[in-house]
Write a protein that binds this ligand. Structure first.
Ligand SMILES: [Zn+2]
Length: 275
């Protein structure tokens, strides 16, 4: 049983404000420790549930948020940015876990709601459906035959995950009161919940199924400004201009279409800040 864990930061227990989220920010170093402690709890739970190998990717912003010396000894880790594939080696996994995730852009009362980058992207639709990172990453996993079995974050991220993926495990470590406010579990209780849910996920892998996509797909992105759209060439087939800030990409397989839209690579490789 191989487990792949993708770790974002906005849905980590204890994280609520932008000053926790990026290199050099006032509370970033403390928040990295929270991220590592949530991650270690999920690794522990996965191993307790029977995982043979656990691979964890740092998937927030630069891809360099782990504190190496504090990582759980019995997993392996992908760190750093600008590699081509959003989730290297995911195809070897039996189940994927999305840890520290957040609700899609425009969600009311959700901690740091955004999709890929609040600095660059306003909204994303996949095959007409409003889409956040939970959907994008579950589709990437699904294209590789891997189900998502656990999503952790605030109540809105967990709700978004269940609406999309059905009866999977979710770990709600905080209840959002706004974009920068939440009612939080204590660290000890949050990590106990994460351990329990990760363990349960591994025990339930046989019940899970990968998220499917149709034979042809569209990804529509509304950017925050006209800059990005102005720099694109539109062939009218693979890539169409919908309005001055919106592009629609068309393709066959979902992975190919997400890749054309530059959503199948890490944020850092797409040249976007994940803020
Ligand atoms: Zn992030």
């Amino acid at each position: 049983m191989n487990v792949f864990i993708a770790v974002d930061m906005e849905g980590i227990s204890g994280v609520v404000i932008p000053e926790q989220l990026g290199h050099g920010r006032l509370f970033y170093q403390e928040a990295r420790r929270m991220l590592v402690n949530d991650t270690n709890a999920v690794v522990e739970g996965a191993l307790a549930g029977g995982a043979d190998s656990v691979l964890v990717e740092d998937a927030h912003s630069s891809g360099f948020n782990f504190i190496y010396e504090e990582l759980h000894p019995d997993a392996e880790y992908i760190t750093g940015g600008a590699h081509q594939q959003r989730f290297p080696f995911l195809e070897d996994a039996d189940v994927m876990m999305l840890v520290g995730y957040h609700a899609m852009s425009g969600t009311a009362n959700a901690v740091r709601d955004h999709t890929m980058s609040s600095a660059s992207y306003q909204d994303i639709w996949i095959n007409g459906a409003p889409s956040g990172e939970i959907m994008i990453d579950a589709l990437i996993a699904g294209a590789l035959g891997v189900p998502v079995g656990l999503v952790t974050g605030d109540d809105k991220a967990c709700g978004e995950a269940r609406a999309l993926l059905g009866d999977i495990e979710t770990a709600q470590v905080k209840r959002a009161l706004g974009r920068h406010a939440a009612r939080m579990l204590s660290p000890r209780r949050a990590r106990k919940l994460l351990r329990t849910k990760a363990r349960r996920t591994v025990e339930r892998v046989a019940e899970l199924s990968p998220l499917g996509a149709p034979a042809t797909n569209t990804v529509r992105i509304r950017y925050n400004s006209t800059d990005f759209v102005d720099r694109m060439y539109f062939d009218g087939a693979v890539c169409r201009k919908i309005d001055p800030r919106t592009i629609e990409y068309r393709g066959e397989g979902i992975l190919e279409t997400l890749s054309t839209a530059r959503l199948a690579q890490p944020y850092s490789a797409a040249g976007q800040a994940d803020l």
